[in-house]
Ligand binder design. Structure first.
Ligand code: FAD
Length: 381
């Protein structure tokens, strides 16, 4: 088939069928573009389907190694705007993703993190207008039986979703607008030409006017000189078998979500009578066997709950999170190729916003490199 013939079928090709890619597809299709989404995996085989479900309203904590300039107001805006936009989108289209606001407690394990969190609480209180509360060690003990806690910051604005259900809602929305989603189709390389881009696939090539790279892992397909490097941090998560009431009460007396104070953190919550426990400490390599991941996570778990060391684990997930030095996500463009990412571990709302911005960039033929969170809220369509 000639490149001309091939390009006629695709106004835009999106690499990645996660939150970002499907959001970009919805926006492009809404503007009348013929859109094809290619994903190397199978349906539900990505971080958008199996993450922890936290929709954080405070900027993600950065790893201890972060060295960029951090502008708190800009970071708060970059976090809050996508969350508000996502909530509006969920309500506008009736996405069945179980949006709740159970409250999040950021746990302090030592005096340093306690004083940082107290200050963060005061700042957040001022910016969010209430709903953020410092809990001392005694009050935290009323919420969770985790050991060794100095206190915690309760944030009632924090939201929780069912990740796979949000992904499914986005997929249905995209398909209802005529978007073609093709799984098990890895994009091996991009070859930009004068007026089109060729995508190299295992089965041949396709040509398109625009390519949107909607995966942090696929950034390497774009021109290295035109994009910032991301620092990848591994995160691992498991779900236990159903637990007895006593164990559930030990983990959490209320339906709260918990995490420790830094980005190199542990996180846990109860989900449908089971424990979800994860860590961003990069405990084992991504390609490690599930047993190795479970053993490493169990070791973290007993630090908080010594009696849960022999907990039965049913599912394990691992993935990498892309961090930028200043904690702000990025979109960028080089000719007909746009890309986005750098969600710093808080990718649910930010990836959805990023997809929308990528679509706008692709349609506008503009060349800005700007941060997500500045976009308009979603329009009803
Ligand atoms: C264990 C875990 C827990 C997490 N918990 C949270 C949380 O609680 N809150 C939060 O906000 N965020 C969380 N995250 C992060 C969040 O899940 C991600 O930031 C978000 O899903 C990113 O969406 P995405 O669309 O960019 O990427 P993805 O969902 O990863 O989708 C990208 C897609 O691109 C495809 N792809 C990659 N390369 C190619 C290629 N060459 N060709 C074709 N397809 C390709 C992949 O197969 C994938 O399906 C977590 C992540 C993990 C791993």
């Amino acid at each position: 088939m000639s490149a001309q013939g091939r390009s006629a079928a695709n106004d835009a090709v999106i690499i990645g069928a996660g939150y970002c890619g499907l959001s970009a597809a919805i926006e492009l299709a809404r503007q009348g573009a013929r859109v094809r989404v290619l994903d190397r995996g199978q349906w539900g085989d990505n971080a958008s389907a199996f993450n922890f479900g936290s929709v954080a309203v405070m900027p993600p904590a950065l790893p201890a190694t972060a060295h960029g300039d951090h502008d708190p107001a800009q970071r708060l805006q970059a976090t809050l705007a996508p969350v508000r936009a996502l909530k509006e989108q969920v309500e506008a289209f009736g996405y069945d993703c179980a949006w709740t606001q159970p409250g999040h407690i950021t746990l302090a394990l030592d005096e340093t993190s306690a004083s940082t969190l107290r200050q963060r609480g005061l700042d957040a209180q001022a910016l969010l207008g209430g709903g953020v509360l410092w809990l001392d060690a005694h009050q935290v003990a009323g919420q969770t039986g985790a050991q060794g806690l100095m206190g915690g910051l309760l944030n009632e604005h924090f939201a929780l979703i069912e990740p796979a259900r949000l992904l499914l809602a986005l997929r249905h929305h995209a398909e209802s607008l005529g978007v073609c989603i093709q799984y098990a189709t890895p994009v091996l390389a991009l070859e930009p030409g004068l007026d089109a881009v060729d995508l190299v696939l295992a089965a041949g090539r396709i040509s398109t006017a625009r390519v949107l790279i909607a995966s942090e892992e696929a950034w390497s397909l774009s021109m290295a000189a035109a994009r910032e490097p991301l620092t990848l941090h591994q995160t691992h998560l498991f779900e236990s078998a159903p637990l007895a009431t006593a164990a559930l009460q030990l983990i959490s007396r209320q339906p709260r979500v918990y995490g420790t104070a830094t980005a190199d953190k542990d996180y846990f919550r109860v989900h449908q009578g089971r424990l979800l426990f994860g860590s961003r400490l990069g405990l084992v390599p991504l390609e490690a066997e599930p047993q190795a991941v479970v053993a490493a996570l169990r070791q973290r778990l007993v630090g908080y709950f010594p009696s849960l060391g022999d907990i039965e684990v049913r599912q394990v997930w691992s993935g990498s999170l892309g961090f930028t030095p200043d904690g702000l996500p990025r979109t960028g463009r080089s000719g007909p190729v746009c890309w986005g990412g750098g969600y710093c571990g808080s990718g649910i709302a930010t990836a959805v916003s990023c997809g929308r911005q990528l679509a706008h960039m692709a349609l506008a033929n503009a060349t800005p490199a700007f941060t997500v969170g500045e976009g308009e809220p979603p329009q009803r369509y």
